[in-house]
Design a protein around this ligand. Structure first.
Ligand code: DC
Length: 222
């Protein structure tokens, strides 16, 4: 595509950001970057280092953490120091640790610098919480996705079941609300809608309807 732009996709956890961002990147022939996976991989590193209860100490180990993405037959996977950790990072436990570790200023600076470098050539769709506000405040297109906590908890509940876990809906809902609270109330780059972001509430949209809507917005942005 002649016109390469940066698309920032932000929003609450489990509102389908990555599905949409991935599909849009594929449609546009752009690179896709899941920044949540980077926070999760950092959390996994800290957990393995025995720091689950002292996450702040990971700050001294940041230079030992190398995160990248590889393409596999079943999509993009995140690697931690060369190891494919895609399945290890997709658990509730690592999600919670990632949410906690993402409140640490030094961790954010470490990951944000890498994310900004990935956008040097534009032609990128990046999803996260602070992409339109901090990572790429000048992104040509900013989307802010949202859906009700119940709808998002239901989606996450089904995802966990599909992975063979045995979730309890009330716990998943509580966890969703806790994570929303932490993501929006932390001191460092809290989740908030950029002033120039377009809001898409997908509580009542099918994936196809949403995709159609977003492609239309993207075409207009080009
Ligand atoms: O999108 P996710 O659930 O994979 O993200 C995991 C955690 O990482 C989430 O609770 C908040 C944090 N995160 C962040 O602070 N900033 C980002 N750009 C992406 C994720």
């Amino acid at each position: 595509m002649v016109n390469n732009i940066i698309v920032a996709v932000d929003g609450y956890s489990s509102c389908g950001k990555s599905t949409i961002a991935k599909a849009l990147a594929k449609y546009a022939g752009y690179i896709y970057v899941d920044t949540g996976a980077m926070y999760r991989a950092t959390a996994l590193y800290a957990q393995r280092a025995g720091l689950a209860n002292h996450l702040e100490q990971v700050v001294d180990l940041l230079s030992d953490i190398h995160i990248s993405f590889i393409q596999t037959p079943d999509g993009q996977h995140v690697t931690l120091n060369g190891e494919d950790v895609e399945s290890q990072i997709r658990t509730l436990e690592i999600g919670n640790l990632a949410s906690q570790i993402s409140t640490i200023k030094e961790v954010r600076a470490f990951l944000v610098a890498q994310q900004q470098a990935m956008g040097d050539h534009k032609g990128i769709v990046m999803d996260g919480r602070d992409i339109g506000t901090v990572v790429f405040p000048n992104a040509e297109l900013k989307l802010f996705l949202t859906a009700s906590p119940e709808v998002r908890a239901e989606r996450r509940f089904k995802e966990l079941q599909a992975k063979g876990e045995n979730p309890v809906f009330e716990e998943v809902l509580r966890d969703t609300n806790d994570r929303d609270y932490r993501d929006t109330h932390r001191a460092e780059s809290p989740l908030r809608q950029a002033e120039d972001a377009l809001v898409v509430d997908n509580s009542l949209m099918t994936r196809e309807e949403q995709m159609e809507h977003i492609i239309e917005i993207f075409q207009r942005a080009l």
